[in-house]
Design a protein around this ligand. Structure first.
Ligand code: GUN
Length: 295
């Protein structure tokens, strides 16, 4: 079996078209322009490229977007002060602080400082709590993007054995939770594997759907999966550079070998990445509507 390629690029493009129309309509009918600020501390090349892609997409969709880049030695106090400023800025509906932060800054303190109404990343404990309870909230962008990819590609998750590899706050924990909820894209039987899991292959071999979010290039090999599995590869690992200095990327899954056994698979790049950015735009639009008392 050769897998159907689940293209995040194509799916994201379709959703962005929908969002672009909704944003134009919001401006036309209500004179509301959604506003997003991205804050990057330091010079990590991967983070720089993610933040720049987020701003570029925001501009393309008609979202007012501000990009703040701070030096790596910026103090926690200074960052908290900036968040406070944007919490009170009516032009800004969404605040995104790119992670990871430098070690001298307490990540939890920073995330807790963002107004939950402007937490378009869905990382504030208020939003995390609401997500776990299945209440209306901002869903974290990568898990939200994964759900969209699965549902829009017609993958049935109800009753499926899902194995999530990785237990991060950004991907592993929230996607596991979302997939067990009673709603479209959920109702799965979920197993979470992590660094202390004794026999990872024993779990992955019985999975109908594998979501790999570990950050180890090509960790999931063909002998670890069953025929017909659906693979969502969240990993974006820089494994080298081309002659002209561009990063060579690999996912957490050995794509070339696993695609011969899988029924469907996301590529890297062009899989989950574009969906994460698109869901951020969707959350920013939702934030602008809510701030304007529209929904
Ligand atoms: N770093 C890696 N993924 C993310 C994300 O979705 N949001 C933020 N803020 N930082 C990240």
């Amino acid at each position: 079996m050769t897998a159907k390629i689940i293209s995040g690029t194509e799916t994201a493009k379709a959703i962005r078209e929908e969002l672009k129309k909704e944003i134009a309509e919001l401006k036309e009918k209500h004179n509301v322009v959604p506003g997003l600020v991205t804050i990057l501390v330091g010079e990590d090349p991967a983070s720089q490229s993610y933040v720049s892609a987020k701003n570029k997409t925001a501009h393309a969709l008609g979202i007012h977007s501000e990009q703040v880049t701070l030096a790596a030695d910026t103090s926690e106090q200074e960052l908290l002060g900036l968040i406070d400023k944007y919490n009170r800025d009516n032009k800004i509906n969404g605040i995104l602080v790119q992670l990871p932060l430098p070690k001298h800054i307490d990540e939890a303190k920073v995330l807790y400082a963002i107004d939950p109404e402007k937490d378009v990343d869905g990382f504030h404990p208020v939003n995390v709590g609401k997500m776990v309870l299945g209440e209306q909230c901002y869903l974290p962008c990568t898990p939200h993007g994964i759900l969209e990819l699965l549902t829009r590609s017609g993958v049935n998750t109800s009753g499926a054995e899902v194995v999530v590899i990785g237990r991060s706050n950004i991907v592993g924990k929230p996607i596991s939770n979302l997939m067990l909820q009673k709603r479209a894209g959920g109702n799965a039987t979920v197993t979470i594997c992590h660094t202390r899991t004794k026999d990872m292959a024993a779990h992955t071999k019985r999975a109908d759907i594998i979501i790999a979010a570990v950050g180890v290039p090509k960790m999931v090999t063909a002998d670890m999966v069953k025929d017909g599995v659906v693979i969502i590869d969240v990993g974006v690992n820089r494994i080298g550079k081309t002659a002209d200095g561009k990063a060579i990327l690999a996912g957490d899954v050995d794509y070339d070998a696993v695609k011969e056994k899988a029924s469907a698979i996301t590529p890297v790049p062009g899989g989950v990445g574009p969906m994460t950015i698109t869901m951020l735009m969707k959350n920013t639009l939702q934030a602008a509507r809510q701030a304007a008392g529209l929904k």
